[in-house]
Write a protein that binds this ligand. Structure first.
Ligand SMILES: Cc1cc2nc3c(=O)[nH]c(=O)nc-3n(C[C@H](O)[C@H](O)[C@H](O)COP(=O)(O)OP(=O)(O)OC[C@H]3O[C@@H](n4cnc5c(N)ncnc54)[C@H](O)[C@@H]3O)c2cc1C
Length: 432
């Protein structure tokens, strides 16, 4: 070596993996690396409506993911420091104690996450620490998109057509096989969910998510869904299902925590197309990943507006704030059995199908005319796969204040139930 290795702090957030992790890859080449995760109590605080911002399903999945990441880092000669507090307070202390010169991390998109990054940057600047943020959880690089961000299409179909023709997905970064870590500190423990106010939920045999948190579990599910059960072949026909693990991929929880990167998944689908079959179903899974991408970019374009009552369309709607009916909806006690079955599945397992989500969101906003942000907040708390961009923008979309204003998003629940749960099996499963 011709120069002393730099001390780099690698700040993990929703990117809890080793594969296709650009900041990790570069840090591994360049320095003596201190991997850190900061458990931020603000994420676990109570929402004004009375439930925690992070409920027990997501908290449990996150803690499992942290334990797994620590295991993977140990296996390559490193470790994961786990600290509790606000990153803008915790990280400067670590930087000063360990003579850190650079923080490597993932760039953020949503408003609150960007603010935490900004505050952290301000807090470490006086220590001479530079923050390097990499685009780390996306399918496309911003510079590979065919338009500047302010001209991102407001209609998905245009976005999709353009990226399909003009943008390429770059190759995923490999996982490093070794990581130099030479620091002496108290590495901390993975917190118990209870200590964060989110007691671990009792298991439910009806749960559609059958894998746990962490990168190895995520790949186990990929292996199972694509290669063992060969389900990708029929995804387009089964994706509107309601019961069990197999009608859709269930990759969402792993993608939300970043245990799986969309680029690695994309590469795996291409491999499946080469080795098994290339058909409408394989195209459709990538199509859905493009929806995910589209919502990330829309969030970047519109900033905090995605959380506003009027939405990105600045659409004035007289939303009701009726707590009594909101509670009935939340608990699955509206008396509309298809809505109630879905809300109970969410309550008991932290998951609901895409078909279910569209229906219960339409019911809350179009039938009960209740503030869409309340529904989005309950999903934020309860969904095991909560993702800030996908959740808030899907809600806005169904509520009519988001993208694609030309389409009416009203779902006739009776017709939907008759079509997608013709024999009533789904309703029977959740309403006994
Ligand atoms: C009101 C509402 C709220 C939602 N909240 C979330 C959320 O917080 N987190 C989340 O990941 N998804 C959310 N979705 C999108 C979608 O319902 C879930 O991604 C999907 O049901 C997860 O199951 P799966 O992984 O089996 O999906 P699959 O059908 O197997 O799809 C594969 C992947 O594509 C992506 N995807 C699929 N549909 C969408 C979509 N409509 N928007 C964005 N990405 C999509 C997901 O990453 C998913 O894992 C929401 C949808 C609605 C209508």
């Amino acid at each position: 070596m011709t120069h002393m290795a730099e001390n780099i702090l690698l700040w993990f957030k929703n990117d809890l993996r080793l594969r296709d992790h650009e900041p990790l890859w570069h840090a591994a080449q360049r320095g003596n690396v201190l991997p850190v995760y900061v458990v931020d109590p603000r994420a676990f605080a109570a929402h004004p409506l009375g439930f925690p911002r992070t409920g027990s399903f997501r908290a449990e999945f996150l803690m499992e993911s942290l334990a797994a990441l620590r295991g993977s880092l140990r296996a390559i000669g490193s470790d994961l420091a786990i600290q509790t507090g606000k990153p803008e307070e915790v990280l400067p202390v670590l930087c000063a104690q360990h003579n850190i010169r650079q923080i490597y991390t993932s760039a953020e998109i949503a408003d609150e996450e960007q603010r935490v990054m900004m505050h952290t940057q301000k807090a470490v600047e006086p220590l001479g620490v530079e923050v390097c943020a990499f685009e780390n959880n996306a399918l496309y690089r911003l510079s590979d998109l065919p338009w500047p961000m302010e001209r991102l299409p407001d209609v998905f179909t245009r976005f999709r057509n353009d990226v399909e023709k003009k943008s390429v997905v770059r190759p995923a970064w490999p996982a490093p096989s070794a990581l130099a870590t030479s620091f002496s500190l108290d590495w901390g423990v993975v917190p118990m969910c209870e200590s964060l106010g989110a007691a671990a939920p009792p298991p439910d045999a009806r749960s559609a998510i059958t894998y746990g948190g962490g990168e190895p579990e995520a790949w186990r599910r990929v292996e199972e869904y694509l290669w063992q059960k060969d389900l990708l072949r029929v995804y387009k026909e089964t994706r509107n299902g309601l019961i069990g693990p197999d009608y859709s991929s269930k990759f969402s929880a792993a993608l939300a925590c970043g245990c799986l990167s969309p680029r690695s998944l994309y590469e795996e689908v291409l491999r499946y197309e080469r080795e098994r079959v290339k058909n409408e179903s394989t195209y459709w899974l990538v199509f859905e990943l493009r929806w995910r991408e589209y919502f990330r970019l829309t969030a970047l374009k519109y900033g905090a507006r995605i959380f506003h009552r009027e939405g990105i369309r600045q659409q004035p709607v007289a939303w009701h704030q009726n707590k009594k009916w909101f509670e009935k909806w939340r608990r699955g006690e509206t008396g509309v059995d298809f809505v109630d079955a879905n809300m109970r599945e969410l309550w008991h397992t932290g998951f609901m199908s895409n078909r279910g989500r569209q229906n219960v969101a339409s019911y809350l906003t179009k039938d009960l005319k209740i503030d869409w942000r309340w529904g989005a907040a309950w999903f934020e708390s309860q969904l095991i796969d909560y993702d800030v961009h996908s959740n808030w923008l899907n809600w806005a979309y169904v509520a009519g204040v988001g993208n694609d204003p030309r389409e009416d998003r009203y779902f006739n629940i009776t017709t939907q139930a008759a079509r997608y749960d013709a024999e009533g099996l789904y309703r029977q499963l959740w309403i006994s």
